[in-house]
Ligand binder design. Structure first.
Ligand SMILES: Cc1cc2nc3c(=O)[nH]c(=O)nc-3n(C[C@H](O)[C@H](O)[C@H](O)COP(=O)(O)OP(=O)(O)OC[C@H]3O[C@@H](n4cnc5c(N)ncnc54)[C@H](O)[C@@H]3O)c2cc1C
Length: 404
């Protein structure tokens, strides 16, 4: 059977990142033929390498991942538990504490490496593919054009292949070329900073608390990882946000100087800190398109909402969008409605915007406040921390983080 010719049932997914794999998993078994395309080769998708990202997951995300069969593919030793989160201004003694008011023993979220999530998503998808025989991969290939012909879309690949589909789902990263090709404008904000990420071990406990520390000059974050050293050492994911030049300077240090530098930056709060992984850096650019949909075309994942990682919500929003879209597609397919109809896609557009825009804007506001260092900005930063210390605000933050 040439499944590429069955355009009435065909869904094309552009990109096999965490979003593309998860939506394919959610759609498998609904009666579609799903084509996933990615320029990466098979090995990179089947067995992705460590990329420095540790993903903080909410309870809602964990529940949805379990429903998709992804969570079950993550070995327990790769899951860390976050009990609290702390937001600090330059003065280390003043902080907003999130999660301190929940029941004893509870956690506000989980931490799993991005490459483990990708691997687990692929493995869960392979289970469905075996069972439903409705998934086709095109690795080492790339979508280069999408044309809409009223009742179907024609997707052209670099290899010369063409696929006709009822719906094209774009999960091709925050820098989505297909989104640009189809003329969807985006609010794209370059923060002018890069993020360096790595894992480090340290002698003093992190107490399963995540840190976001806005010092004057740079921002530090620390995400508590599962203890895995016998020598009374703890491990955390460390994130340093600075200019690209400053990050390059940091990366040019030998390992001992790098360790000393980070230990000093954290004011020895966690004792001596020692690198346990390679370092990676990412440019800080957030993206929010004017709309998530066009004719027979829909954006999900970072292609829809490219968050600044400070509020740790990129992948959580990926899952939220998938839940909304696949819910609508499921309903439509049961009533034999066209799954690529603009009225259905507009419903997704409205719901996903309502779910993501407030936090997207709030995140930009936090960055705007906490990266300015003139005297009035310093006053505003202090007021923000004081307000955040009020019990009802802490409770609201905690509820929001656990619910989203
Ligand atoms: C440092 C850092 C820390 C983060 N921390 C958190 C966190 O704590 N919590 C959280 O929720 N989120 C976090 N995130 C965000 C999270 O990593 C992203 O939201 C998530 O990885 C997005 O997945 P995606 O599949 O949408 O995009 P991507 O992972 O970018 O995947 C896109 C895929 O599309 C493919 N592609 C590109 N162009 C084409 C084309 N033309 N045709 C076919 N395929 C194409 C690419 O090869 C790639 O495989 C963090 C991000 C960073 C950088």
């Amino acid at each position: 059977m040439n499944i590429k010719s069955q355009k009435e049932k065909c869904v094309v997914i552009v990109g096999a990142g965490p979003a593309g794999l998860a939506i394919a998993k959610a759609l498998s078994g609904m009666g579609f033929i799903i084509n996933i395309i990615d320029p990466k080769n098979k090995q990179e998708i089947v067995s992705p390498s460590y990329d420095g990202r540790e993903i903080a997951l909410t309870h809602q995300s964990q529940i949805f991942m379990e429903k998709l069969g992804i969570w079950q593919k993550i070995p327990e030793k790769f899951i860390s538990y976050i009990k609290k989160a702390k937001v600090l201004d330059d003065d280390i003694t003043e902080s907003i504490l999130i999660g301190d008011l929940i029941d004893k023993g509870g956690e506000i979220g989980f931490l799993v490496s991005n490459y483990i999530i990708r691997k687990a998503s692929y493995e869960a998808l392979i289970d469905s593919r075996r069972k439903n025989k409705d998934i086709e991969f095109s690795f080492s290939d790339e979508v280069i054009d999408v044309q809409n012909f009223d009742s179907f879309s024609e997707v052209k690949l670099r290899s010369g292949n063409t696929i006709n589909a009822k719906l094209v789902i774009s999960s091709d990263s925050r820098f989505s070329k297909i989104r640009t090709l189809l003329g969807i404008p985006s609010d794209m904000f370059d923060f002018g900073r890069d993020m360096l990420v790595c894992s480090m071990k340290h002698s003093k406990t992190h107490d399963r608390t995540a840190w976001e520390w806005f010092t004057y000059g740079y921002t530090l974050a620390l995400l508590p990882m599962r203890k895995k050293f016998d020598d009374r050492q703890y491990e955390s994911s460390v994130i340093v946000t600075m200019t690209k030049q400053e990050i390059n300077n940091l990366l040019s240090l030998d390992e001992e100087s790098f360790n000393q530098n980070i230990t000093q930056k954290f004011k020895r709060f966690f004792g001596d800190m020692v690198l346990t992984s390679p370092c990676y850096s990412y440019p800080l650019v957030s993206v929010y398109p004017k709309k998530f949909v066009a004719d027979r075309y829909v954006l999900i994942g970072d292609a829809a909402v490219g968050m600044h990682p400070v509020t740790a919500h990129g992948y959580n929003f990926v899952l939220k969008g998938i839940k909304t879209l696949t819910g609508l597609i499921d309903e439509a397919s049961q009533t034999k409605e066209d799954i690529g109809s603009i009225s259905l896609l507009k419903k997704y557009n409205r719901r996903h915007k309502a779910a993501t825009k407030p936090l997207y804007l709030f995140t930009k506001l936090i960055i705007a406040i906490f990266t300015k260092e003139d005297s009035s900005a310093k006053k505003i930063r202090k007021i923000f921390i004081k307000l955040g210390q009020l019990t009802f605000i802490q409770k609201t933050f905690t509820k929001l983080l656990m619910k989203e």
